[in-house]
Design a protein around this ligand. Structure first.
Ligand SMILES: Cc1ncc(COP(=O)(O)O)c(C=O)c1O
Length: 371
């Protein structure tokens, strides 16, 4: 028996996540600790120790419903960045906030502007809700082509996504370019600035623009520099609290559990843990760039300010899925460009992680031959 469901859900594509280390370890007989897990952009140093301690302490409250708006966490986030707690909404990962934004600010058949390629969940959630993605092209080295983006913005989509640093290329957007988008969007379009990876750019990002632009919301996550991908915490923040109110109304009521709230409150102020991750990423990003510069078969797409970069396959006899599979056999997990719309067969997305993992990646690449 097939009970019909929303047709858009059936037609839609699925997200292809980075593979788990256990899969590669079991399939190829490699010790899990040796697997270079470079497909999910996780923190090389694990979870924030402050968050871990708070999570343990939260066990005593597991029988009690959490505050449904996660007030303690909203307050901690608001204090950290200097905004009103009513200007913050929390989600079970930033991905939940993305889905809420699409549902709350675009109606069926409305358009949602995003880059191609981009974080696939903007497109997938837009599609699932019957909203129409509008794609802005990127340049040959994945530059943000602002003229083209602004021309599409003139069509007045309901939402305009910007990702800085961008996923999958890692580029940081100029603050002046974000301003241009907010100004052109005016009151027709909500501008959503996704700063999931901002710590790795070593800049403060665009949160200060919230005070100038009432049509702007910034999204961030605890999954990256805070090392809490498994805890599932993300948030949206705006100076215009009117942007947050509709999100709070549609969010799943108790979407943040006691453990998430406690871990987030402690993690947001674990500056030492964030600094350690940033230092490792910045050092090893430079290291892998200098090593890949010696290769005539692969190169690094320039400009990443994130904890991943695009590897371009120069060897005409190699394709992304073949390289992806050959890397797996050698204990290296990356993302296959063929799984990311707008990326394709000449690219892999590769995380920056500990030096030993980057060395394994470089070694495995050097071993790969055509079919
Ligand atoms: C650009 C971007 N935004 C948001 C997220 C979502 O992060 P999470 O749902 O783990 O908070 C990711 C995760 O990969 C991402 O790449």
């Amino acid at each position: 028996m097939v009970i019909p469901s929303n047709q858009a859900l059936i037609d839609g594509e699925l997200y292809v996540p980075g593979l788990p280390a256990e899969y590669v370890a079991e399939r190829f007989g490699i010790a899990p600790a040796d697997v270079a897990k470079l497909g999910s952009a996780e923190n090389p140093h694990g979870a924030s120790p402050k968050a871990l301690a708070a999570v343990k302490e939260a066990e005593s409250r597991l029988a009690i419903y959490p505050d449904w708006t996660a007030r303690a966490l909203r307050t901690a986030i608001a204090e950290k960045y200097g905004f009103d707690p009513d200007g913050v909404v929390c989600g079970s990962g930033e991905t939940e906030v993305i889905s809420m934004v699409i549902r709350a600010f675009a109606g069926p058949d409305d358009t949602v502007l995003m880059h191609k390629p981009c974080f696939p969940l903007y497109r997938i959630y837009a599609h699932c809700e019957g909203r129409r993605p509008l794609y802005a092209p990127m340049g040959p080295d994945f530059e943000f082509c602002m003229d083209e983006y602004l021309a599409l913005l003139a069509q007045r989509p309901r939402i305009a996504f910007l990702t800085s640093p961008h996923n999958p290329c890692g580029r940081l957007m100029e603050i002046d370019d974000i301003r241009r988008v907010c100004e052109a969007a005016d009151d027709a379009t909500l501008v959503v600035l996704d700063e999931a990876y901002i710590h790795y750019s070593e800049t403060e990002g665009g949160m200060h623009l919230l005070r100038e632009y009432p049509n702007l919301i910034v999204l961030r996550t605890f999954s990256k520099a805070f090392g809490l991908a498994g805890l599932r915490i993300g948030f949206g923040i705006a100076n215009n609290v009117g942007l947050i109110d509709p999100l709070r109304r549609i969010k799943p009521t108790w979407n943040m559990g006691q453990v998430q709230i406690a871990g987030g409150v402690a993690g947001i102020n674990d500056d030492a843990h964030v600094a350690r991750a940033v230092q490792t990423i910045v050092e090893n990003r430079a290291y892998v760039a200098s090593e890949l510069a010696k290769s005539d078969r692969f190169s690094m797409v320039p400009g990443s300010r994130s904890n991943f970069f695009l590897t371009r396959i120069l060897d005409p006899e190699l394709g992304a899925t073949h390289v992806f599979n050959e890397l797996l056999k050698r204990g290296v997990i990356v993302k296959d460009g063929n799984d990311i719309i707008g990326l394709g067969d000449r690219y892999l997305r590769v995380d920056v992680n500990l030096k030993k993992h980057m060395d394994r990646f470089l070694w495995a690449l050097s071993e790969i031959r055509p079919h």
